[in-house]
Design a protein around this ligand. Structure first.
Ligand code: SF4
Ligand code: SF4
Length: 466
């Protein structure tokens, strides 16, 4: 075969037939060492995912991404819109980490950690196996006429799918609006929370469609991360790969013959690696964009190798260069540069988190105002925005750093700033007519919380030019 013929398989998508219609994938039920490891990882992550919005640290939800109120809590630490730059930094670090990780370990994240794969393979697919049986039974059922048995099985399966989608939708919302708010929606009459109820139904429907219909299409055609594989992977990337040097020439197994002497490789062409693949590809064709590194084909092939007395690992976690030359993982210049970048960004994040202040204040001149003069005293009106990221409540008092410059009058005498909240109030600075001879001057406002200086910030006074 020449190179063009070898790459022929790339002209087709495993889930699209000659007529352009979708080919439904019926993957064989996976089993084996890697699948058992995946179950442990997946169920651990699922427990965390479902529990996290209901766990509390110092009375705060463990994880919250409240986009509506622009309030984020990560492991009990509250982040406000003012911490946006920290989020941006974390995001950059996340992107660099994903790039670095993908260069070294390929799409392992997809098969082992991604919620789409975990929900699909560890919950929805297992329910399907339980109700409809393994892949051969599922294929038979799909072709069978709509008799009583088929209708009952489909109703049972889709009803359970809908209920699980409903649970996922509720959990998803608990991360966005908070579990307390979600409980209000769940426990009050629908008429009181119509918007919340509609959101739950929309999310449930989306999840139901994703896991009952879209399935592997999310990983192969929708997910942008999957589409990036072509530019991130290189010959040294560790991926789920078929050792073609050992496997070819593939031929059916015959226990009476000595394969090596007949020029036959270790692949017994049993097709089990293809049958078990949730994206419907044949990994023996080489690394493909559709492969989510779920390792199901490794288990299937190892099982076959074991049954025919050949060495396991014909399909394994290895690099293209490793297969060609027998070398192990290489620290290329690209991997080294990304690692250095990742360490620098991570150090920056730690420094920023450690130096993050619990209290923030900004002072603006009251919109549209300038100054007023009365009895030789000039007044300027300001607005102060206070953010308290700690859980402590404060009684606020504003005092000028240099009292000779003037004095502050708080519009609200008892300014109270509760823990984890924001406050916007007006205040007035009065100063003598000759106090700002140049027309403008900067003064420092000290903010005292419960009698203790918690922050200082500047305000610009304006007055008549003398
Ligand atoms: S080729 Fe193997 S690792 Fe890749 S998706 Fe298919 S079964 Fe999973
Ligand atoms: S499971 Fe292994 S032996 Fe069977 S076809 Fe796939 S690579 Fe060949």
């Amino acid at each position: 075969m020449n190179e063009i013929e070898e790459d022929e398989f790339r002209n087709r998508i495993a889930t699209v037939g000659e007529d352009g219609k979708r080919l439904w994938i019926f993957p064989k039920k996976p089993s084996g060492k890697f699948f058992n490891y995946r179950k442990i990882v997946s169920y651990g992550l699922l427990i965390f995912l479902f529990l996290a919005p209901h766990l509390r640290v110092n009375g705060k939800q463990l994880i919250l991404f409240n986009l509506l109120e622009r309030k984020f809590i990560i492991f009990g630490k509250v982040f406000w819109p003012q911490d946006l730059w920290l989020f941006a930094l974390t995001l950059i670090i996340g992107v660099v980490f994903v790039i670095l990780f993908t260069i070294i370990y390929g799409r392992l994240f997809c098969g082992w950690v991604c919620p789409q794969t975990i929900f699909m393979e560890m919950i929805f697919r297992r329910i399907e196996y339980w109700i409809e049986g393994d892949y051969t039974h599922q294929k038979k059922l799909a072709k069978a006429p709509w008799n009583r048995d088929k209708i009952l099985k489909k109703i049972a399966k889709h009803s359970i799918f809908w209920v699980i989608s409903f649970l996922i939708a509720n959990t998803f919302l608990a991360y966005i609006i908070g579990s307390d708010e979600l409980w209000k929606i769940q426990s009050s009459p629908i008429s009181e929370h119509l918007g919340g109820f509609i959101a739950i139904i929309i999310f449930t429907t989306v999840f139901y469609i994703v896991f009952s219909r879209l399935r592997e299409q999310v990983c192969t055609t929708i997910c942008p991360y999957g589409r990036l594989q072509g530019v991130l992977l290189d010959g040294n990337t560790m991926v789920v790969a078929y050792n073609y040097i050992r496997g070819e020439n593939r031929a059916k197994f015959n226990k009476k013959e000595e394969r090596a002497t007949l020029g036959k490789g270790d692949c017994i062409d049993c097709n089990q690696c293809v049958n078990v693949c949730p994206t419907g590809i044949d990994i023996r064709n080489g690394t493909q964009l559709e492969c989510v590194n779920c390792t199901a084909c490794i288990d299937a092939c190892d099982h076959m190798m074991d049954s025919v007395g050949l060495q396991k690992g014909l399909i394994g976690f290895q690099s293209e260069n490793g297969i060609k030359t027998g070398t192990k993982f290489q620290w290329t210049r690209r991997v080294k540069s990304y690692t250095v970048l990742l360490i620098v960004l991570f150090a920056l994040l730690v420094i920023s988190l450690l130096s993050r202040k619990d209290f923030e204040a900004t002072i603006f001149r009251q919109r549209g105002s300038t100054f007023q003069i009365e009895n030789g005293i000039v007044t300027n009106v300001f607005e102060i925005n206070l953010t308290n990221k700690s859980s402590e409540n404060y009684k606020i008092k504003l005092i000028l750093d240099d009292p000779s410059k003037g004095e502050i009058e708080q519009v609200v005498k008892k300014m109270e700033l509760n823990g984890e909240s924001m406050l916007k109030e007006r205040f007035i600075i009065r100063f003598p007519f000759k106090g700002v001879s140049t027309g403008r001057e900067k003064v420092t406002v000290n903010i005292y919380g419960n009698g203790k200086l918690i922050e200082s910030t500047d305000a610009k006074l304006i007055g008549p030019i003398l």
